[in-house]
Write a protein that binds this ligand. Structure first.
Ligand SMILES: [Zn+2]
Length: 70
């Protein structure tokens, strides 16, 4: 069983990245990997992760939660 440990006090413009780090959008409920193999976005396009371009963007930071999956 996986356990979610939510990270507090991260920088919204530069959240933590790692193999077990996930981004959760509270608006649409999507969960994105922080190190996807291709650019990904949540269903409502609030969160966009484009590793190749080294970009992370979030429109509504209040809808972003970051957790570590263990
Ligand atoms: Zn979303």
């Amino acid at each position: 069983m996986t356990k979610k440990t939510y990270i507090q006090n991260f920088r919204v413009d530069s959240p933590p990245v790692g193999a077990t780090v996930r981004y959760e959008c509270l608006s649409c409920g999507s969960v994105l990997k922080s190190q996807p193999t291709h650019a990904v976005a949540c269903d409502c396009y609030n969160i966009i992760v484009d590793v190749d371009a080294g970009r992370f963007s979030v429109k509504d930071p209040l809808s972003l939660r970051v957790f570590v999956e263990e």
